[in-house]
Each structure stands twice: as C-alpha cells, then as structure tokens.
Write a protein that binds this ligand. Structure first.
Ligand code: SAH
Ligand code: SF4
Ligand code: F3S
Length: 435
C-alpha cells in the first residue's frame, strides 16, 4: 500500500503548536507522511483555537472546504483537534468531521485513527481526558533548534472573559523529571533554546506533592547541559513573585524577556475581569523586573471593550501603555465567549466603538514599539540563527534574547550558531543588522 498522507493546520497559541508536534508524531508512527495541502491528504487535521470568535469562524469555513474535498474522496478522514473540538462538539460532527479530539485526549488519538481506518461508524468524539495527561507521547518537532516544552496544562483562573479553562481543563503540573527528560531529549537532537509553556507558568508546582515552584524549576532547566536559552510564557501578574525576578536576573540561560499580560489599565475593569491585581501592582512588577534585569524586554496582552468599559477606563489603558512602554503588545477586541461570566455582563461595548479603541491603541503602541527599537540602534545583540530569510536572499534570521527578530547578511552555514549582531536599521518587527 502506498504511504498515506496527513496534513495539519494549526491555529492558536504555542500550546497548540506543541500539540501539533505530537499529533504529527502519532501520524508518522502510523506510517503516514506529511503533505503540503489538504487536497492530497488522507487525514486532514485542524488543530483549533476557541479563544475568540474569529478563529472559531475560520474553523467552520475550513471545515466546509474539507467537506467539499471529502465529497470527491469519501475515504478522506477529517479530524478536528484542540480547543474548538473540546467546546463545540456535536456541531462539528454535523459538519462532517469524522473525529474530534480535545486537547487532553491525544493519548487516545493513535487508537482512534487506527480503528477509523478500519471502520467508519459516525463521528467519534474524544473529549474526556484522563490524568495524568501528556506523558509518554511522541513528538516531531517543527524546529531542531528551538523546543516548546509544557510545564503545566490547563488553567484554574477562570478570568471572566476566557474560555481556556473550559477548553483545556483544570491546571495540572508535570513532574519535573518529565520536563527535564523532554528537554534533554530535545538538546540531544540539537536544540539550543527552550520555551516553557503554561497558561500560567507562575503557578507551576502548586498541585504537586513536593515543594516545588516555577523559579526552582527554572534553576533546574538552567542547569541542563546544552541549553543556551530559556524562555517561558505566560506569566500571570497575580502570581509573579520576587523569586521569579531574581531567577531571571541570576540564571544565565534565562532570556531577558517577560511576557506579562496586563489585559486592562483601569482597576474597575481588572476587577470585573477577575484578574486579581490592580494597575498599580502591575506597574510595580514591571518596574521591579526592569530594575533587576538589564535590557529586559516586556511584552503584554490587552483587550479593549470589555463589557462596561467606559471611555475613561479605556483612556487609562492608553495612559498605562504610555507609562509602561511595552516592547510589543498583542491587542484584541473583547469577544463574548459562550459560558463565560463576562458573556452575561452588561452593557456591551458596541462593535464600532471597540474597533475605534483598538485602532487608537494599536497606533499608540506601534509608535512606542518602533521608537524603542530605534533607541537600540548601534547596540549589539546575541542572536540564535534559525533559518535563511526567504524574502532577502543572502540573509539569515534569528531572535535576540529579548525576542526581537534580527535579519542580517549570511548564509545557511550560520544556522544554529549564537552570534553577536549589531542593530543597524530599526523597524516595528525588529532589526536589520550586521556582524
Ligand atoms: N493565559 C494567558 C492568556 C491566554 S489567552 C494569560 O492569562 O494571560 C491569550 C490572550 O487572548 C489573553 O491574554 C487575552 O488578552 C486574549 N483573550 C482571551 N479571551 C478573550 C476574549 N474573550 N476576547 C478577546 N480576547 C481574549
Ligand atoms: Fe484565560 Fe485567565 Fe487562565 Fe489566562 S489565566 S488562560 S486569561 S483564565
Ligand atoms: Fe486558543 Fe486553546 Fe491556546 S483556545 S489560545 S489554542 S489554549
């Protein structure tokens, strides 16, 4: 029999990217090969994100395209994985998915794929995850040089607007041995940079029987031979401790980058969101981290138009952005998510008003980000060279420890090296440099 082909389309956060590396490895383990488009796929997989309305709508439109392909090739399998599979359930089956697999159920995927190859009997739904999850599953990493490694799964915070706890389930920390073994495995294959993943890495260890917290885990990861750089995301401000700031300041491999989602600048909005901190507390965390870690880059997530957000409260977000001078921000319009507390909060901010606020905030942050990079002109940065820059021949690209993109002249022989590069041109997205 000729090899069968799988195709994966991934949306959402780095956790989904990491999960897709496991899904790919499971498919390869069944003798399948990756292919570049759904047209050639025997198994077409959408790994999906439910955090906002738009990615969910995209799932439905992609599912429509796959269903059309399936009409011509009824033997094709359509798999919906990830957060939408967990939340939307039956609706996806009605739209011609053959298999749903939620983010806690990848340990059941191989068996389901095997039995679906033998027999189709309606839509199969894998959404009841068992504990412990995630251990022992294979991985086929998208990059040899950098690795995503989960430290905790799920989330217990239930911020008022957020669907993630419903999609990913309760928080569960991995045992440190499993985390370190995964990192050692990646290093043995050439990895130099590790990004530790969790919806809230700062609560790592709370649910473990032994006394272990995230700063201690960082120490353990820093000590792994061959790990040159350690990143982590996401840090919840309410659980960020001085110990974490100290660890960032003292552990040589931990990069000078803190992603700290602010979400809003007004205390009333933060309170309604259930974030557990005030703007003043958030500001003091950023200040302390910047004092302790020279050249620290701080990035954030923020939302405009949370239900009840007044014009004045939105202006507090603008002022916070002016004051805190983030290196980069992921900026969103609030979206109602089904079943969340915020869905029931009134009054909603009208769509046009949310759009106006977003445009204003984005314009402000673009000026700030560009200006920040401009101020770094002439400085030298350590860059991990990751790949050729496809848009400018004769150039390669990589990231600084502060997580900025650097493009500079060089050939593929530089890939995998840590080099010092001087920033010569500054843009919103990063730098063009020279060695
Ligand atoms: N665990 C991370 C966030 C994960 S979701 C944290 O606690 O910060 C990524 C981002 O999506 C969030 O930071 C938030 O800014 C945004 N987001 C989440 N729910 C949203 C919603 N209902 N509408 C708009 N943006 C949302
Ligand atoms: Fe969502 Fe809040 Fe959990 Fe982040 S901490 S995933 S925003 S509920
Ligand atoms: Fe999206 Fe699920 Fe990540 S909802 S942001 S893919 S945890």
């Amino acid at each position: 029999m000729p090899p069968r082909h799988y195709w994966i389309n991934t949306s959402g956060c780095q956790m989904n990217e990491r999960d897709s590396e496991t899904i790919a490895a499971i498919c390869e383990g069944l003798g399948m090969r990756a292919c570049a488009s759904a047209e050639q796929a025997d198994v077409a997989i959408l790994n999906t994100c439910a955090v906002r309305e738009k990615p969910v709508q995209k799932v439905y439109s992609k599912l429509g395209e796959l269903a059309r392909l399936k009409r011509a090739r009824p033997e094709m399998l359509i798999v919906v994985a990830g957060c939408v599979a967990q939340i939307a359930g039956d609706e996806l089956c009605r739209r011609h998915a053959d298999l749903l697999v939620g983010p806690r159920c990848y340990d059941q995927l191989e068996e389901a794929l095997v039995s679906l190859q033998e027999r189709r009997d309606g839509c199969v739904s894998l959404r009841d995850g068992k504990r412990p999850m995630g251990e022992g599953l294979p991985v086929r990493r998208a990059s040899r040089l950098t690795a995503f490694v989960n430290v905790n799964y799920g989330c217990n915070n239930f911020c008022a607007y957020c669907i993630v706890p419903y999609a990913r389930g309760p928080e569960q920390s991995r045992q440190p041995e499993a985390i370190l073994a995964e990192i050692e495995g990646a290093v043995a294959e050439g990895c130099r940079e590790v990004t530790l993943l969790g919806q809230n890495v700062n609560s790592y260890g709370h649910d473990l029987e032994r006394d272990l917290d995230f700063p201690t885990l960082l120490e353990m990861v820093d000590a792994v031979e061959g790990v040159d750089r350690v990143r982590f995301t996401t840090s919840h401000p309410k659980d960020l401790t001085d110990r974490l700031i100290e660890a960032m300041a003292h552990l040589p491999s931990v990069c000078e980058h803190l992603h700290l989602p602010m979400q809003a600048g007004a205390d009333g909005v933060l309170e309604a969101m259930g974030r557990g901190y005030t703007y003043e507390h958030f500001r003091s965390l950023v200040e302390r981290a910047r004092e302790a870690v020279p050249r620290l880059a701080v990035t954030t997530d923020v939302m405009v138009g949370f239900p009840g957000e007044s014009e004045q409260e939105f202006e507090e977000t603008l002022r916070a952005f002016e004051e805190l001078q983030f290196d980069q921000a992921f900026m969103f319009k609030y979206n109602d998510r089904p079943g969340t507390r915020a869905e029931k909060i009134e009054p909603k901010v009208p769509e046009a008003e949310k759009q106006r606020r977003l445009v204003k905030l984005v314009a402000l942050q673009n000026d700030i980000g560009r200006e920040k990079n401009r101020r770094s002109l002439g400085e030298s940065f350590e860059v991990l060279v990751e790949e050729p820059d496809h848009r400018s021949p004769g150039h390669v690209r990589g990231r600084t420890r502060t997580n900025k993109l650097m493009i500079f002249p060089g050939g593929p022989e530089l890939i995998g090296q840590l080099l010092t590069v001087r920033a010569e041109e500054a843009y919103l997205w990063g730098f063009i440099g020279r060695r």
